[in-house]
Design a protein around this ligand. Structure first.
Ligand code: DGJ
Length: 740
């Protein structure tokens, strides 16, 4: 997997068996982009790809050369202040107020492996030879500032990562007004931009629109990556489908404010950028200081959206998520939130846990309401002490009772928040993010702790460590239930205020790092009012996340389908809940609720003790099924087959790496009448293996038949195996494929 530098042409070529990424040192000694796409044979000189054009009005680099303008060339690092008049990735303000810089090639280093990014989550390698990294150093001689552009190419995947570090070695104090992680100039704009967008309860819906001239983008200025946009941009060709065609996926390993945008200029060059949102960001670099941007991950796929997703899944499941739980099948859990909300006592909790244990559940999770005086959401965040009225033997006693039932025990926290009605607030009212002499806006009756303060991090570290080490706790749900406002750190000078959003994230990552190092076997599940901070940054520490507060099976089809564009099934918390559903009031069959929730990390979110005998028997069956198949579901290769955004049918499947087993989920939202003869074409199978499908007539089918013809799904007439299917709305079916 070479990273080659051609001395004569001053050209870099990063390639593996699947992709090539090529750039050159331009006549001004700055790196210019030449090519990103399917692998090309290496050769000395691709510099003809550096297209130059004479354009009236454009500022040019050299006198007497009207064709070399930074506005016209494709660049690796777009910098504001010289001749590039598009939106740029770097804006560095100097003491005299000037923005102009000239970062020229200084040297480069190629290393085997991948260095970690200080204080930030990032992808990593486990074994020698999995990836190589190019560190390209650019230097501004006037400022004595250096930039390290970091490029990693993975050996076996069409995956590249990029980030940037700015190092102030000079005597000036300089300010970063913008420091994005990636800037990529694509030579044409014939793409459609895919975004994962939504709101609370309908997170990560897929929206696609053609690129148009000008700027289009996604962002968050809420202090968390948000329900509204996920830090991901897909660029696909118009003809690209799930199974064929070109697509570039760009994802940011970060959980705070971000900007992802594509600017199509007058000459149809598409500049893609992603990174920390420059608004409300200003980072001062004193002499000797440096700033590291988060990492951007780029996937190039030639075989459609499924291939892009499969690469993301593999990379994020095995080389972004980390720790003890990374490769382990996840426990089947019961969470009491929708069963009791905050209205519970120990007796009720043990009763739910007992029926869960009886049905085969493995982990009981006690949600919000166990601490301080927390009977409503107006109080007690920050006071991480059990409420003796609800839990007379504390968390330690409850954990003992739960583990005696044969279950593991998990606990909910919302560490980053504070209620004004709390002991913590009474003793540390200056620990809020707030402007001291102005009103602070409550959100869900709570306020955000100032995680830029070391003493706040230390307090939370100690408070959580005390509970985690004092009881048999094997899982933590890490919640976060409001967006940030009045983002100001009390006691800090004005200069510091431009750092607060990002410094907060560094504080959060530090806290997560400390706790995961101290309690490596505790499984962390991230949550933010459902999926409000479901992103690659959190995934580094929390191998699974609660994807939405919306637990309705029909709604979940879209949420899970959209989420799967980037995130692996092992990261998606998905539970069966009660009907009528608490968010939509819809009643779906228990079978369908299970069939949807299987495709994730499975669990229940209802009072199992209230189920009928028949329902309990069905739940027992679901749990048995999931225990048998979770390894395949959570670690297999996932294919989207039919989109809920396109119609009434949703379908997806997972295939084992050896292709001898597969599970297909098929969902028909509303019952049609007197329809034709639908078929469902499968994917990813071995053409010449014979698969037995009990749920399709107990017959054997070759893989090629299943992929070219499909499973016959005649839902409207009776006869042979189809007579067994459910009728009515919200129908779902599972097909289990096994090579005999
Ligand atoms: C929001 C989460 O998404 C819910 O699952 C639950 O934990 C509540 N917070 C508790 O306040």
């Amino acid at each position: 997997m070479p990273i080659v530098y051609h001395d004569r042409s001053r050209q870099f070529h990063l390639y593996n068996e699947q992709i090539s990424y090529i750039f050159v040192l331009m006549p001004n000694h700055q790196p210019g982009h030449l090519y990103y796409g399917p692998k090309l044979r290496d050769r000395e000189d691709f510099t003809h790809l550096l297209e130059l054009g004479f354009r009236d009005m454009s500022p040019c680099v050299f006198e007497g050369n009207a064709r070399f303008s930074l506005e016209q060339v494709k660049q690796e690092l777009s910098v504001y202040g010289s001749g590039d008049l598009r939106h740029c990735a770097l804006d560095l303000v100097q003491e005299d107020g000037s923005h102009t810089t000239a970062f020229e090639y200084a040297r480069h280093v190629v290393i085997s492996g991948k260095p970690s990014l200080q204080g930030l989550p990032s992808t990593y390698v486990d074994e020698q030879g999995e990836a190589d990294t190019l560190l390209l150093y650019l230097r501004d001689a006037v400022l004595d500032c250096e930039i390290e552009l970091q490029y990693t190419i993975f050996r076996d995947q069409p995956a590249l990562t990029r980030s940037m570090k700015i190092i102030n070695q000079g005597q000036q104090h300089v300010k970063l007004d913008c420091a994005l992680s990636l800037s990529l100039d694509l030579p044409d704009a014939n793409y459609e931009m895919i975004e994962l967008t939504g709101a609370w309860g309908r997170e990560r819906h897929i929206e696609t629109q053609p690129l148009h001239r000008g700027v289009q983008g996604i962002y968050s200025l809420r202090g968390h990556s948000s329900h509204f946009y996920n830090p991901f941009i897909g660029l696909k060709r118009r003809e690209t489908t799930e199974f064929a065609g070109e697509v570039i996926g760009i994802s940011l390993v970060y959980s705070g404010n971000f900007l992802g945008q594509v600017e199509v200029d007058a000459y149809d060059v598409a500049r893609v950028m992603i990174g920390i949102h420059p608004q409300y960001f200003q980072w001062n670099l004193a002499p000797g200081d440096s700033f590291q941007t988060p990492e951007a991950v780029m996937i190039y796929a030639q075989e459609g959206l499924n291939q892009m997703s499969q690469v993301f899944h593999e990379l994020y499941r095995t080389r972004l998520a980390k720790g003890y739980w990374r490769d382990r099948a996840r426990p089947i859990l019961i969470n009491n939130w929708e069963a009791t909300y905050m209205n519970f006592d120990e007796e009720k909790i043990v009763e739910i846990a007992r029926s869960a244990a009886d049905l085969g559940v493995e982990l009981f999770v006690l949600d919000d309401g166990w601490f301080g005086k927390r009977n409503t959401d107006t109080t007690s965040l920050g006071d991480w002490y059990p409420n003796p009225d609800k839990l007379p033997d504390g968390i330690t006693g409850l954990a003992r009772k739960i583990t005696e039932l044969g279950l593991q025990f998990g606990l909910w926290f919302e560490p980053e928040m504070i209620s004004k009605d709390s002991e913590l607030y009474r003793s540390h009212s200056d620990w809020l993010l707030a402007v001291p002499y102005r009103a602070a806006s409550p959100g869900r009756n709570q306020y955000v702790l100032d995680l830029t303060k070391a003493e706040v991090i230390n307090y939370l570290d100690a408070a959580l460590s005390r509970i985690l080490s004092g009881a048999a706790i094997s899982y933590v749900k890490w919640d976060m239930n409001r967006s940030m406002s009045e983002v100001f750190s009390t006691g800090q000078n004005s200069e510091f205020q431009g750092r607060v959003y990002h410094q907060y994230m560094l504080g959060l990552y530090d806290l997560l790092d400390r706790l995961t190092s101290k309690f490596p076997k505790v499984l962390l599940e991230s949550c933010a009012s459902g999926g409000g901070r479901f992103d690659p940054g959190m995934l580094h520490y929390c191998p699974q996340g609660w994807i939405s507060d919306d637990t309705d099976a029909v709604e979940r089809l879209k949420i899970q389908y959209g989420t799967s564009l980037v995130y692996p099934l092992s990261s998606m918390g998905s539970h069966v809940s009660a009907v009528p559903n608490h968010q939509t009031h819809r009643c779906t069959p228990l079978t369908t609720r299970g069939n949807v929730a299987y495709f994730g990390t499975f669990g229940y979110e209802l009072d199992l003790s209230l189920l009928t005998k028949e329902e309990k028997a069905e739940v027992r069956g679901q749990i048995t099924f999931m225990k048998e198949h979770r390894e395949l579901i959570q670690h297999g290769v996932f294919y989207r087959l039919a989109s809920p955004f396109a119609g009434n049918i949703t379908a997806w499947m997972v295939v084992s790496p050896d292709r001898r087993r597969a599970i297909v989920g098929y969902y028909r939202t509303l019952a049609p009448v007197n329809v034709g003869y639908p078929r469902l074409k499968l994917a990813g199978l071995a053409a010449d293996l014979k698969y037995c499908i009990k749920e399709a007539g107990e017959r054997n089918y070759y893989g090629d038949e299943l992929m070219q013809i499909g499973i016959l799904l005649n839902d409207s007439t009776s006869g042979d195996y189809t007579s067994k299917v459910q009728r009515g709305d919200y129908l779902s079916r599972l097909f289990i494929l096994e090579v005999e």
